[in-house]
Design a binder for this molecule. Structure first.
Ligand code: MV4
Length: 445
């Protein structure tokens, strides 16, 4: 097992990783920017090191500074969390070259899944369904027109190097294709430094359902069931839950098996997530794989009782998984609300000093957060300040518990999205499980 882990992240996920390390008896090193010296991850870690000025590009994305910090503190592994360097294959490679274990998949796996066309090809070979679309990048408008005609409108143009929905264009007719194609390519170039795009059949009003995968370095791969992450705004998830309210046990097994086979086919060795679209007919299609731990992993922990971060660390250290697929039992229902320092209905950022703080508690309530009373939420980083997670026997009880916990949660001095979540917990369609990825766009609060 590792002796000391450097956590290359901040905020609640840095705390989440520190907690796992403490329970595993592993020492921790926090890294922080100039403006983060009062951050909770710095206070809770055994040691801390400043790695640069406030902008992420100069601190939390500064590979040289992070590697140096690991060397001077004699850390033997690096946990990247989510965001920042978590899906950067080059960083994983540099860690390995410096004798540090990168707690995540291999650089090869990260590259394969980071390229959305190669990810599609790879999972197809493992028998995973994908939407009709191109097997290669599409380079000219004529080619795009011909392919879109073959697939049939509507189609969606996506960046090969993209992900998470950035730079996608939905095209409903041949007339609008040339502009959309040009825009997609230039956005892909600007956003990812690579203009390549591919075309897929557009799936209307899908749910976003993803499968949590857990793998070790001995060829064992299991899944921990699914999460429904359909409640999103501009590709930012706001509410996640597990299990998915509409998935049947048969469909769960089929999606789970597909995700496990895909992970096995590439020799995957860490935790990861296969994202699927679930359409109105109950058919599912692979979208992309996230080769990191995700923000919403707690809802899966709550219904399985498995500590995903601890297992990820153990797996990176070369230990075998402690669970077989048959050991994984889904128990009850869990919901997570992401609470952001934003206007509750306009979603404009609201950084500043928290002047009064009281988190909720009680049975089945979990708060993953790195803020505290008198803490100043900084404008330089992500606006998510807390994840409020509940667990209960049924979905109906989980919604009531979430509503109760949201009512208890007091955060003064800044605006937060608590009031938004209160409205959703009281929404008839949400309560009935009747929603898809377009839910928030159609919603009038
Ligand atoms: C799609 C799609 C419909 N059809 N692909 C968005 C995130 C990125 N991973 C892919 N995304 C989508 N891909 C096809 N062929 C609809 C979306 C999509 C979406 C997916 C999940 C959650 C929210 C979404 C919001 C808009 C579009």
């Amino acid at each position: 097992m590792f002796h000391k882990i450097l956590i290359a992240n901040r905020g609640e996920i840095a705390l989440r990783i520190i907690r796992a390390c403490k329970e595993l008896g592993i020492k921790t090193v926090a890294v922080h920017s100039d403006v983060d010296s009062e951050a909770l991850h710095v206070k809770l870690a055994d040691e801390s090191i400043c790695i640069g000025p406030a902008p992420s590009a100069k601190s939390y994305l500064n590979m040289k500074a992070i590697i140096s910090a690991a060397e001077v503190t004699d850390a033997d592994a690096v946990h990247p969390g989510y965001g920042f360097l978590s899906e950067n294959a080059e960083f994983a490679e540099i860690c390995a070259n410096c004798g540090l274990t990168f707690i995540g998949p291999t650089p090869e796996n990260m590259r394969l899944m980071g390229d959305k066309i190669s990810a599609r090809q790879t999972v197809t070979k493992a028998g995973v369904p994908i939407l009709p679309g191109t097997k290669e990048g599409v380079h000219t408008t004529d080619e795009a027109k011909r392919i879109a005609g073959e697939i049939g409108y509507p189609v969606i143009i996506k960046a090969t190097a993209g992900g998470g929905g950035r730079g996608m264009k939905i095209v409903h007719s041949p007339a609008s294709l040339p502009n959309a194609f040009a825009a997609a390519r230039s956005e892909a170039q600007a956003g990812f430094g690579n203009p390549d795009v591919y075309i897929e059949k557009y799936c209307e009003r899908p749910r976003h359902v993803e499968i949590q995968i857990m793998a070790d370095k001995h060829g064992n791969v299991i899944h921990l069931g699914e999460r429904d992450c359909s409640i999103q705004r501009r590709h930012q998830k706001l509410i996640e839950e597990a299990p998915c309210p509409v998935l049947t046990p048969e469909l769960r097994q089929k999606m789970g098996d597909c995700a496990v086979e895909a992970a096995k086919s590439v020799g995957y060795t860490s935790v990861g997530t296969m994202e699927f679209l679930l359409d109105q007919n109950g058919d599912f299609y692979f979208m992309e794989m996230n080769t990191r731990v995700q923000v919403e992993h707690p809802v899966t922990e709550m219904i399985t009782g498995i500590d995903i971060i601890k297992e990820q660390i153990r797996s990176a250290a070369g230990l075998p998984l402690r669970f077989k697929q048959s050991d994984v039992k889904i128990n009850g229902h869990s919901i997570e609300c992401r609470i952001n320092a934003e206007h509750p209905f306009k979603f404009t950022p609201s950084p500043g000093k928290i002047n009064g703080y009281h988190p909720p508690g009680g049975l089945g309530v979990r708060v993953d957060s790195a803020v505290y009373d008198q803490y100043t939420v900084l404008p330089h980083y992500d606006s998510m300040i807390a994840k409020l997670i509940v667990h209960a026997d049924t979905r109906e009880e989980a919604i009531k518990r979430m509503a109760r916990a949201l009512d208890e949660y007091i955060i003064e001095g800044i605006k937060t999205t608590i009031a938004f979540h209160q409205k959703i917990m009281d929404n008839k369609d949400f309560i009935e499980g009747n929603f898809d990825t377009g839910f928030l766009e159609r919603l009038v609060l």
